[in-house]
Design a protein around this ligand. Structure first.
Ligand code: GTP
Ligand code: MG
Length: 677
């Protein structure tokens, strides 16, 4: 591959529907990488190429594309904006050198960039903002710019000022050059700065220069002395300060018309760093020099499985060169050696074979079966790249195959889906034994189920997970149970006296015996216990019974007719007889929930939780400035769609985690609308 200095690895990120995929499409068309520009409505864009993207008219996974932009080769990672897919974005950010944050020209949407920008800042990934959809009615550039500055500080500065807005949007003033450009639908053309904009452009330029001067003393002196800085000095500062994540320039665009694209390409070329300036860092914190002749190291940033062509591991190469048939070592998998089944560059769904790839490249390696997203691949030497920490699941559904297919097969197929998206997981629920698919939101898991049907022809039914209710008793009793049956030859006989007593919550089922004089022979006592425990699996309301103690304290047997089976049956009958007499109650699982939200939403969250029969335990400032943490105990049945409600109530900014805490009696002994007893 070519010169490393030419490479630009850029993620396009931003809130849902901000226009990222459309902007990427315009950029690819501008650079001649696609003949005809596709659209979201036709389902013809390069990076929304999965059938699920097209069906939902939105990105559901990251898409890769590349183009030759003249002086640079740009690899684009188009990230899905919908919050359920944020984990995909987090994974791939470890492989890019810069990001374009796309935000609609609407100040109210800026807040939705928070988690993303925090992630970019946390990894010190240089980024700029594109205020997009400038052609839309109501597009508000000054308001959006002000909201960005309020959120991310004074180093967020306009480098362009739009000419016109909504239907009159026709171009921009470049504030560094103080030149205006208009766009006629095909090309940009230099024009005079419209008189109406001279003042706005001049004052915005002053803001830009002042912000840049914070990192350049010479520029600061010039500004203080009232001297006009030279253009190449300004450009040099912009390049260096953006590449070092000091200045965050704001540009304008309308991806759908192509306005602003040429300037965005120039910004990517000039302001964003090449892999030479951003060596990858190993797990010990040491930079890995991006040398083509160095030992090979790469990180898997995404996995995708095509039912026909097989598995593709998309890697970011930190150092060294890889050939199409290389044998690689997966350092994260106990040094397992795997042979590459081909090397490709991805243009959406198209796989373009290449012979080799070097440092900085983002390429797909085929058929590395045991390799997973996040793994480090090398040519055999030991070096590990840090893993991106996984988020815990916040939503679960119970899945059941529609057709008769064995459970092992469905788990195996789901495992392949999880291979592509490790922010999904499966587990077997305790008590209810349902197979659960867990993920980052309702849409996340339901799209995974669509993929499962399309790729592996496994249709599943989805349902809210059953709540693992249990029952217990609140009073003691003693029962006498005799089982006597005559069936021709041998009869059956067993007689037991059982005592039932409530036990402390969480203590489970206890059983012992207090048999004196062998009235129930030793060998039958385990059968009594078995009969008791089996019968307790289904209490009067149909749920497992727990937190009680059962004592076998008397009984009788028959020399010939008594057997283990008859004692087991007698014990079961005793349980069924006793439970209704012990004032049984249904218990529901209570979970301890910890919610983190910007303080502005704290009262909303408390209200939501209280509305769910939640008991608020505390509220404290979170580690993250401007955020609160709210802790509450909430019945699990109320939590099944909580992530959706929380995101709706907090502009997508709320996060939570939970753990099982305890079981409490259901108020009024009512479960899902029916009387429990
Ligand atoms: N008017 C106008 N509409 C646009 C523009 N860019 C995108 N759209 C429309 O906005 C919608 C979302 O566009 P996408 O390109 O899918 O946005 P996205 O940010 O990739 O969305 P996700 O990946 O799903 O988060 C589509 O209906 C586009 O046609 C624009 O510049 N102007
Ligand atoms: Mg998209």
């Amino acid at each position: 591959m070519g010169d490393i200095a030419r490479l630009r690895n850029v993620a396009f990120v931003g809130p849902h529907h901000a226009g990222k995929t459309t902007l990427v499409e315009a950029l690819l068309a501008h650079c001649g990488a696609v003949g005809r520009r596709g659209s979201i409505s036709d389902g013809t864009t390069v990076t929304d190429c999965e059938p699920e993207d097209i069906a939902h008219a939105q990105s559901t996974t990251v898409g890769f594309a590349h183009c030759d932009a003249g002086n640079v080769d740009v690899t684009i990672v188009d990230c899905p904006g919908f919050i359920d897919f944020f984990e995909e974005t987090r994974m791939v950010l470890s492989g890019v050198d810069a990001a374009v944050v796309v935000v609609e020209a609407d100040p109210s949407r800026v807040v939705q960039t928070r988690a993303l920008v925090d992630e970019l800042e946390g990894h010190r990934i240089p980024h700029l903002f594109v205020v997009d959809k400038m052609d839309r009615p109501g597009a508000d550039f000054p308001g959006t710019l002000a909201a960005l500055q309020e959120a991310y500080g004074r180093h967020v500065v306009a480098e362009q000022w739009p000419i016109g807005t909504a239907e009159s949007f026709s171009g921009f003033v470049d504030l560094a050059e103080m030149k205006a450009f208009s766009y006629d639908g095909t090309a940009e053309r230099a024009i005079e700065i419209p008189d109406s904009l001279t003042e706005a452009a001049r004052s915005s330029r002053a803001v830009l220069l002042e912000a840049m001067a914070d990192f350049d003393d010479t520029l600061m002196e010039e500004l203080l002395e009232g001297k006009e800085p030279a253009l190449d000095e300004i450009e040099h500062d912009l390049e260096s300060e953006c590449a070092h994540d000091q200045i965050l320039p704001v540009l304008v665009a309308a991806g759908v018309t192509g306005a602003g694209i040429a300037a965005l390409v120039r910004a990517i070329e000039k302001w964003f760093p090449s892999p030479l300036d951003r060596p990858q860092i190993d797990a010990e914190g040491r930079p890995i020099a991006p040398e083509p002749a160095a030992p090979f190291v790469a990180r898997v940033i995404k996995t995708s499985v095509h039912p026909q062509s097989g598995k593709l591991s998309i890697v970011r190469i930190a150092a060294g060169t890889i050939k199409a048939d290389a044998t690689l070592t997966d350092i994260s998998k106990g040094d397992e050696r795997v042979r590459s089944g081909g090397l490709y560059r991805l243009q959406g769904k198209k796989q373009e074979p290449i012979a080799e790839a070097g440092p900085g490249a983002i390429v797909a390696v085929a058929r590395l079966e045991p390799v997973a997203t996040g793994d480090t691949l090398t040519d055999g030497h030991k070096v590990l790249l840090p893993r991106v920490a996984r988020a815990t699941p916040v939503f679960a559904i119970a899945v059941k195959p529609k057709e008769r297919i064995d459970e092992a097969k469905i788990s195996q197929m789901l495992a392949r889906i999880i291979d592509e998206d490790p922010s999904l997981s499966i587990s077997r629920a305790d008590i209810t034994h349902e197979l659960l698919l867990l993920g980052q939101g309702e849409q996340h898991v339901s799209i995974a189920v669509e993929r499962l049907a399309r790729k592996y022809k496994v249709e599943v039914e989805m349902a809210a997970p059953a709540i693992p209710y249990q029952e217990t008793i609140t009073a003691s009793t003693e029962v006498h149970s005799r089982y006597k049956h005559q069936t021709g030859g041998h009869g059956q006989f067993a007689d037991v006296w059982l005592r039932f007593e409530p036990r402390e919550r969480g203590s489970g089922v206890g059983f012992d015996e207090d048999i004196v004089g062998g009235v129930v022979p030793r060998q039958f006592i385990p059968a009594v216990e078995k009969g008791v425990r089996e019968a307790l699996l289904r209490g009067p309301s149909g749920y497992p019974v727990t937190d009680l103690h059962v004592t076998l304290y008397d009984g009788q047997y028959h020399e010939v007719d008594s057997s283990e089976q008859s004692f087991k049956t007698a014990a079961g009958m005793g349980v069924r007889d006793a439970l209704p007499k012990c004032r049984p109650v249904v218990l529901e699982p209570i979970v301890r929930v910890t919610v983190t939200v910007p303080t502005a939403y704290t009262s909303t969250v408390i209200q939501q939780l209280t509305g769910k029969r939640g008991q608020i335990l505390g509220m404290n400032p979170a580690e993250r400035a401007g955020f609160d943490t709210i802790e509450a105990d909430v019945p699990q049945v109320e939590m099944s769609r909580y992530i959706t409600e929380l995101r709706t109530g907090t502009q997508g900014l709320g996060t939570f985690h939970w753990r099982a805490d305890r079981y409490d009696p259901v108020p009024g002994n009512k479960v899902a609308g029916k009387a429990a007893v």
